[in-house]
Ligand binder design. Structure first.
Ligand code: NAP
Length: 271
């Protein structure tokens, strides 16, 4: 049996890049999305093809769920159980930027609440629910997670935060605060879940070419050309996907709670 990954916000952008890389290493997938069914279906089809190309027979199933809604989160896990009967990897990727970038002195509560609901509350409680399921499975001697063929798959949780977790952008303070809060999820759950052998990681992307950064493409083109990042290029969804795949393939067996920067060196201080 293939290991199963649930990737939130996998219809487009970084989530799609993660799903494709996981397909290439033989994971079955739940392709979560909020509203764009067409994109989610296309990603699922492309994942099956990518898996096949890499020699794996995999399944990829789209599932609509707004991760900020408790009933939708429960339905998403019910769907995963009913479809695959197990979960090996949760990737908390879904997230949103403010609809309007507003100055720190003017920005309103509505945008703040929206970002905290989707970027923080959604992944926090989805992780809580998935963690309980994973713990249940680690105690189950007949667990499929523990014996997928001859291989033992260590359950894992990966959360996609952002360089905005520590970088002040005064025209989207709400986003920065939401990503800083989200960053606390990984040390918390890594500590709590270590005794069950569940690994927890944070991936911190830099500037990645997706729909989210589409509206500011020219600004970032200029900043990258001027030396924003030691590696002078845009990140691609595949860059994040490959980092998640390394974790999924047990390349970091004695690590948990780690932050993995995938940002072309943006986080380096230089003099
Ligand atoms: P994107 O291209 O805008 O895609 C967002 C994805 O999240 C879509 O699949 C969307 O589904 C889904 N989504 C949005 N709200 C949701 C909700 N309430 N419930 C479930 N799914 C939801 O964004 P992206 O650039 O790939 O960003 C993905 C993650 O990386 C986000 O957490 C973002 O903060 C983070 N990040 C991005 C960058 C960057 O430069 N792009 C940098 C650092 C971190 P639909 O297709 O149905 O709308």
């Amino acid at each position: 049996m293939n290991p199963v990954a649930l990737v939130t916000g996998a219809s487009r952008g970084i989530g799609r890049g993660i799903a494709l890389e996981l397909a290439r290493i033989g994971h079955d997938l739940v392709i979560n999305y909020a509203s764009n069914r067409e994109a989610a279906t296309a990603t699922a089809v492309d994942c099956v093809a990518a898996g096949h190309e890499a020699g794996h027979s995999i399944r990829a199933e789209p599932c609509r769920a707004d991760i900020s809604e408790a009933t939708d989160r429960a339905a998403l896990l019910d769907f995963t159980r009913a479809t695959f009967g197990r979960i090996d990897l949760l990737v908390n990727n879904a997230g949103v930027a403010p609809n309007v970038r507003a100055d720190l002195l003017e920005a309103g509560e509505e945008s703040f609440d929206r970002l905290m609901r989707i970027n923080v509350k959604g992944p926090y409680f989805l992780t809580q629910a998935v963690a309980k399921w994973m713990i249940e499975e680690t105690r189950n001697p007949k667990s499929e997670i523990r014996r997928a063929g001859a291989e033992i798959h260590v359950p894992k949780i990966v959360t996609v935060s952002s360089i905005s977790a520590y970088t002040a952008s005064v025209n989207r303070g709400d986003y920065c605060v939401s990503k800083a809060a989200l960053s606390m999820l990984t040390p918390l759950f890594a500590t709590r879940l270590a005794e069950y052998g569940i690994q927890v990681f944070e991936i911190r992307p830099g500037v990645i070419a997706t729909d989210m950064t589409g509206p500011v493409k020219e600004k970032y083109d200029r900043l990258i050309a001027e030396g924003l990042t030691p590696m002078a290029r845009w990140g691609q969804p595949e860059d994040i996907g490959r980092a998640v795949a390394a974790i999924a393939q047990d390349r970091l067996p004695f690590s948990t709670g780690e932050v993995i920067n995938v940002d072309g060196g943006f986080h380096l201080r230089t003099l």
